[in-house]
Design a protein around this ligand. Structure first.
Ligand code: ASP
Length: 302
């Protein structure tokens, strides 16, 4: 089967001055990982590898470059899901891990559990030898400046970034040559979120979902709205009766009309068709086309 890979770098009002960094970032993640996928790497390994590249990139709100919470600290959420077994691993509110997506995978594969949070997740990381980093290594000058701008602003709401401020969770969905599907999402959450706040990204069916029988999805946007409609599972459910593109559009329409939500998503269906949609002004994403070429773009909402 033809392998497929699509990644996103967030759905928000990406200012023009950051557009090139976003396009470069998502392009690089696909271009670096696709050759291995084409030579037989599993969908699970592929989405993990692609998200790791995006977590490394300070452009995006995941791993390095994450937003700061109300205490000026980083708290990361992530999940990965295997469409073969419906197994998933997730973590929330982790402060000292550069690659939360790898830790999420370890939680899936090496514990009896699906999700670990905060100190417990960090303790598990230590036990299995996932390297802790000083949270200052994840901090960028851009985010510190942004935090200082908003920290005492009584008008600021965590929903604002999806309307007008910088944002950029990352995600990936892949189908490998065996037809297996996997999805992954990683984020620093929303700026000035309350410490302990968990968004949609690590919630199964909200931030990501994958089921070989239909397809896989990774979502991004205002988490408090995405969770309410389980955006990724909703999109996968639409795949049973609609094309990938239509399923993406219908689920974003549901997000908008049912809960006045803001966000976007990327999809691959079991036949290898891509779907993407967003109701934020822009979304950054990249995928491998029919001929094996990487297409990277910032899509502007019509
Ligand atoms: N959905 C993420 C959250 O609310 C943020 C994002 O996708 O940009 O935590």
């Amino acid at each position: 089967m033809k392998p497929r890979l699509i990644v996103h770098g967030g759905a928000w009002s990406i200012p023009e001055k950051f557009e090139q960094d976003h396009i470069k970032g998502v392009h690089q993640a696909v271009a670096a990982v696709y050759p291995d996928l084409a030579s037989g790497m599993s969908a699970l390994d592929t989405v993990e590898a692609a998200v790791k590249i995006l977590e490394d990139d300070p452009t995006f709100d995941a791993g390095r470059g994450a937003f700061l919470n109300a205490f000026g600290e980083i708290e990361l959420d992530a999940m990965i899901m295997d469409g073969v077994t419906l197994n998933f691993g997730a973590l929330a509110a982790v402060q000292n891990i550069l690659h939360p997506i790898t830790l999420a995978r370890m939680i899936m594969e090496k514990t009896e559990h699906c999700m670990l949070v905060g100190a417990g997740a960090q303790h598990f990381a230590e036990q299995i030898g996932v390297k802790a980093v000083d949270p200052r290594e994840l901090l960028t000058a851009r985010e510190l400046e942004f935090y200082n701008q908003i920290k005492n602003d009584p008008e600021f709401k965590t929903k604002n970034p999806f309307e007008s401020f910088p944002k950029g969770t990352v995600g990936a969905v892949a189908r490998d040559i065996h037809g297996n599907i996997a999805a992954a999402t990683s984020t620093g959450g929303t700026p000035r979120k309350l410490p302990g706040r968990v968004g949609d990204s690590p919630i199964i069916g909200a931030g990501a979902y994958a089921d070989n029988r239909v397809g896989g999805c990774s979502a991004t946007g205002w988490g408090e709205s995405i969770m309410k409609v389980l955006l990724s599972k909703t999109a996968c459910d639409f795949l049973t009766t609609h094309s990938a593109m239509r399923a993406a559009e219908l689920s974003v329409a549901e997000l908008e009309t049912r809960v006045q939500g803001l966000g976007g998503l990327i999809l691959v269906d079991r036949n290898g068709s891509y779907g993407f949609a967003h109701n934020t002004s822009k979304m950054a994403f990249a995928f491998v086309d029919e001929d094996g070429n990487v297409a990277a773009k910032i899509r502007v909402a019509s």
